[in-house]
Design a protein around this ligand. Sequence first.
Ligand code: GDG
Length: 495
Amino acid sequence: MTQLRPHKSPIRVKSASVGEELEVQTSKKSDFVVVANRLPVDRVTGDDGEASWRRSPGGLVTAIVPVMQRREGAWVGWQGSPDEDLEPFTAEGMTLVPVRLSGQDIELYYEGFSNATLWPLYHDVIAQPVYRRRLWDAYVRVNERFAQATADIAAEGAVVWVQDYQLQLVPKMLRELRPDLRIGFFLHIPFPPMELFQQLPWRREILEGLLGADLVGFQSPDGASNFVRLSRRFCDLKTQRHEVMLDDRTVRAGAFPISVDANELIALVGTPEVQKRAAQIREDLGNPACVLLGVDRLDYTKGIQQRLRAFTELFKDKTLKCGDAVFVQIATPSRERVEEYRILRDEIELQVGRANGMYAELGAPIINYMHTSYSRDELAALYLAADVMVVTPLRDGMNLVAKEYVACRADLRGSLLLSEFAGAANELHRAFLVNPYDIGGTKHRMYEAMHASPVERARRMRSMRKRVIEHDVDRWANEFLVALEGNQRHAVSAG
Ligand code: GDG
């Protein structure tokens, strides 16, 4: 391990956009620091060639930004391109602290240990995890860099909130550098059971990394229980319910199911532009009796192949014929340099081609597949245009798409087909629940969702909307932070 530097100061804050030269010398530190693999901004180049930063879309950013602004917070993360040294700068009212990643760091720490080792291991080993010491070494090295950058920006006694599986060693490293901090960690993906986690050659180091936090949050109570059980087994620690006892302090684990910004989505689908666009989408699809929709990062955890197989079988069985239903599958490009993802893309494209080759008619494909990403407005219009939202992950920490769809359907007219293996299923009991490994069962449930009466759809949707609106992303962030700062026992019931 490289030597960590102790608390340094002062920092230099660069203002506003990338292009701006002005640099402010300051020793100002932050009382609230978020640490995540990525900064919450994307660099955009205007027509004039000027670069500037724009806030990234997404619930996490939306939820945390108001807290950041209230508390003059800082966000530590990678800015998205390799080999670039940037001074801290301010954008969107936040201090942003870039962490440099080299091309090799991206390959070994990000694509390697994060996405080829941890991601498959934490998702039920759907793909075979890669265990390589070189990847692990890079993970340690990069986590140290994040810990150091955080130690440098955090004020005395600050609250630090570390996000996700790429940074599981940061809590321990940070505590060693800055014992005065209050440290929370939230894992966005599932935390696996003993039988799987046990495979990891660095299982003890990961657990010890997380145990550097005061509070470790998970999407579901199962994740929290797995963590406590594993700490007892592999770190020889005493545990009691959702607590792990260390010599000098207690680490708490809890379930904090993440959610969406329901009000923002409700406002968005209320605009005439989005409503008009939704009607246009249906028309462009040939006004079929039923539109089914899938929106996912192109990832093997999302069960895209399983849902398309179930849908295609309805045509094979002659339960459906061309014109009865159209499936729109948006597959946002993701991790394209990781081998498994390239293979998956080819397989899905072959599957879509075959299905259309067999069952489509001229100018009327049964599956419209788009390998691209869309604006938030277009996504909202797609949600409004869909009669059945199909969310069938083989394993998913939460799945925000399911909650976004529910938030958008104020008209109570859509049906949600949802995998039992998504964290969202713990809350959205009134979805049409499926086991995506069971193609026959999924096919029948899909048909049922397509043909549910308006009264039944409305009954189910009303109940799910109540849950999503009452438990929005703002509440998620507040509950986590109250639990972290209030030093109180806390577990959000999931259901
Ligand atoms: C991880 C966990 C957990 C998708 N395509 C476009 C687009 N999206 C947006 C969706 C949604 C988000 O991306 C995807 O979130 P998910 O929750 O569905 O999935 P992951 O990316 O795997 O997220 C997951 C989440 O973290 C949060 O804790 O729920 O379990 O795996 O918001 O709308 N957004 C835009 N264009 C697209 O084409 N604008």
